[in-house]
Design a protein around this ligand. Structure first.
Ligand code: KIV
Length: 255
């Protein structure tokens, strides 16, 4: 049975923490869905772990649409979330237009990065009937302004700002929020302060659920893995071994 967005609230009613992951293609999305993952995000991390871009700011809406459609074909049960890429939600109208395209491609909800600076966009999306997932903390799409990926919430001011942004997103009516790379006391405080589930990534275990980039979980992107993600298998090594074995076999067996 397909999960409804309302099922996100189960965790707030004493249900188990949510286990959530990213997928960008049919087989991965299907494997995750069949393994019982609660929510599958077609994240714009696509740009780095699949498309070979240096950061997520190069990802286009057309690329997100293509991969959202592929993932949709593999998901029967989990909630499927599409990510709005960089510069596709600069105005409320643009946010609604972009989000509607991902919804047409089969997303059940849309995620976008930011707090007070995107209040008008979040309001417009929700007014248009689009379910929204917020994203606070370290925001990968801000890499060009910030220059590096930095854990958030160290100073009291920064922690207070994150808490205010989380309260604002909650009041606006988001369905859940991702808390990325922030001090765990801040993620805990936000989780206690808001009415919707929080989904942490590098934010400690005090959130209502966790998300990881699947490539980090399965060791499929050996050139970089964030410190908080410990691979459970090393798929890249298996691929390398299989390819070496194949190359040797082909060269050895030529008549
Ligand atoms: O793009 C993505 O995969 C994400 C997750 C890291 C939360 O935003």
């Amino acid at each position: 049975m397909a999960a409804s967005l309302e099922s996100l609230r189960k965790v707030r009613d004493g249900g188990p923490p949510m286990a959530t992951l990213t997928a960008y293609d049919y087989p991965t999305a299907r494997l995750l869905d069949e393994a019982g993952v609660d929510l599958i995000l077609v994240g714009d991390s696509l740009g780095m772990v699949v498309l070979g871009y240096e950061d997520t700011t190069h990802v286009t809406l057309a690329e997100m649409r293509h991969h959202t459609r592929a993932a949709r074909r593999g998901v029967k049960r989990a909630i499927l979330v599409g990510d709005l890429p960089y510069k596709t939600y600069e105005t409320p109208k643009q946010a609604v237009d972009s989000a509607n395209q991902l919804m047409e491609d089969g997303a059940d909800a849309i995620k976008l990065e930011g707090g007070r600076e995107i209040e008008a966009q979040v309001r417009a999306l929700i007014a248009d009937g689009i379910p929204v997932i917020g994203h606070l903390g370290m925001l990968p799409q801000s890499i060009l302004e910030e220059g590096r990926y930095k854990k958030k919430g160290k100073s009291e001011d920064e922690a207070a700002r994150l808490l205010d942004d989380a309260r604002l997103l909650d009041q606006l009516g988001v369905k859940a929020m991702v808390l990325e790379s922030m001090f765990k006391r801040v993620a805990r405080e936000i989780t206690a302060a808001v009415s919707v589930p929080t989904i942490g990534i590098g934010a400690g275990n005090g959130c209502d659920g966790q998300i990881l980039v699947t490539h980090d979980l399965i060791g499929a992107f050996p050139w970089f893995c964030p410190p908080f993600a410990i691979p459970k298998v090393y798929v890249a090594e298996s691929i390398s071994q299989a390819v070496h074995a194949y190359v040797d076999e082909v060269r050895a067996n030529h008549d």
